[in-house]
Design a protein around this ligand. Structure first.
Ligand SMILES: [Zn+2]
Ligand SMILES: [Zn+2]
Length: 379
């Protein structure tokens, strides 16, 4: 994706008329989903499964720590080399370039669950899960939202050639495990990493509990936190986006944060931002704060239902009106047919009675002739 293409539509992320599928993204996306099926022919070795699990977690880490917590939220600091490694590692997940991903994610936080949000579950769960990625609406990179990282030429390079890292990873899997390594080690782990990441956009706004009042419907879910290396604490995250640690308490498992902490011991990353005391206690629903996000969501749902009911009622009234007209028309037609058939019947009866009169007359004449006949003979 070029910089010119990306900035042209930078401010037009709102729902647009004539939104259409992006086949250039959709076809490769579906083809990658078919890759694991190749193992039906080749089988899979233990090594393939090891690669699959390792590359699933490796990529989830780079997406979570790199694309999300570093590039989108700047929740910790690192050097320029490590910054590039995060961008390259995130791109191995084949989820487009770092500027596209992080810019759109910043957009999500600005517009969570409002009409401009690219992947709000308000538009349906499948839309929020992956439909939005395949639509033309999500094609541009909102460069104006990610200027701080777009200034690095190496980041712009890897953002533009975002297919390079997954290609390198795919070739590595093929070199190490052959075809089955490619199907399972690369293909299956890519598909799983897709849906692991997408869960954060879709289900963390639907499943789980809300601790804090936010203007959206974000929730906390332990299950999603486990499969996404800590991204399931999404309500915490929407409440306090600056925090590198998304599991706020010791029981809120956040693998990405643990790995970043270990990295910080070696000086690879630093200034890991943690939730402040105020962030931990402010706006908690259990303290009686009004849950404006859920209220808005319910209100939007109720208005939608009322609108649907209104549309249904007027449709039914229109149908009833049309039905009454159709009924009267059918009755009129039936009456016409009845009158017509009665007339036909009457004509038939009249014709028959003419025939009868004619034949009676004929018979009478015959009788008369017969009666006359023998007398003539007698004369
Ligand atoms: Zn975020
Ligand atoms: Zn969210």
């Amino acid at each position: 994706m070029s910089a010119t293409e990306t900035s042209a539509n930078a401010t037009t992320l709102a729902p647009v008329e004539g939104d259409r599928p992006q086949w250039g993204t959709a076809i490769p996306f579906f083809l990658i989903h078919l890759m694991p099926l190749g193992a039906l022919w080749t089988g899979a070795t233990k090594l393939d499964w090891v690669l699959c699990i390792a590359f699933y977690f490796m990529r989830l880490f780079f997406i979570t720590a790199g694309y999300h917590r570093y590039f989108a939220h700047r929740s910790f600091k690192t050097g320029r080399v490590m910054q590039f490694i995060f961008a390259f590692g995130g791109a191995t997940a084949a989820q487009k370039g770092v500027l596209w991903w992080s810019g759109n994610h910043r957009h999500h936080h600005r517009h969570s669950d409002d009409d401009e949000d690219l992947h709000s579950p308000k538009h349906g769960i499948w839309w929020s899960h992956f439909g939005w990625i395949l639509s033309s609406r999500s094609k541009p990179t909102p460069m104006h939202l990610i200027k701080d990282f777009a200034k690095y030429p190496e980041i712009r390079f890897i953002d533009k050639y975002y297919l390079l890292p997954p290609t390198v990873l795919g070739l590595f899997c093929f070199a190490v495990g052959g075809w089955s390594g490619l199907w399972i080690g690369f293909g299956l782990s890519t598909v799983l990493a897709y849906h692991g990441t997408f869960l954060v956009n879709s289900f963390t706004h639907i499943w789980g509990r809300r601790r804090f009042v936010t203007s959206d419907t974000s929730r906390n879910s332990m299950i999603i936190a486990l499969v996404t290396m800590g991204e399931g604490w999404h309500n915490n995250h929407h409440h306090y986006q600056r925090s590198c640690r998304q599991g706020f308490y010791w029981w809120e498992i956040d693998l990405t944060f643990y790995i970043l902490t270990v990295m910080s011991w070696f000086g690879l990353v630093w200034d890991l931002h943690r939730p402040t005391e105020r962030a931990l206690t402010e706006g908690r629903i259990k303290d009686g704060h009004f849950d404006v996000g859920m209220f808005d969501a319910y209100w939007a749902k109720a208005s939608q239902k009322m609108l649907e009911a209104q549309v249904n009622a007027s449709r039914r009234m229109r149908e009833a009106h049309l039905n009454a007209e159709a009924y009267a028309e059918a009755k009129r037609k039936a009456l016409d047919e009845f009158v017509e058939s009665t007339k036909d019947r009457a004509r038939e009866v009249a014709a028959k009675s003419d025939e009868l009169i004619e034949s009676t007359k004929q018979t009478a004449e015959d009788v008369a002739r017969l009666a006359k006949g023998p007398a003539g003979v007698a004369d």
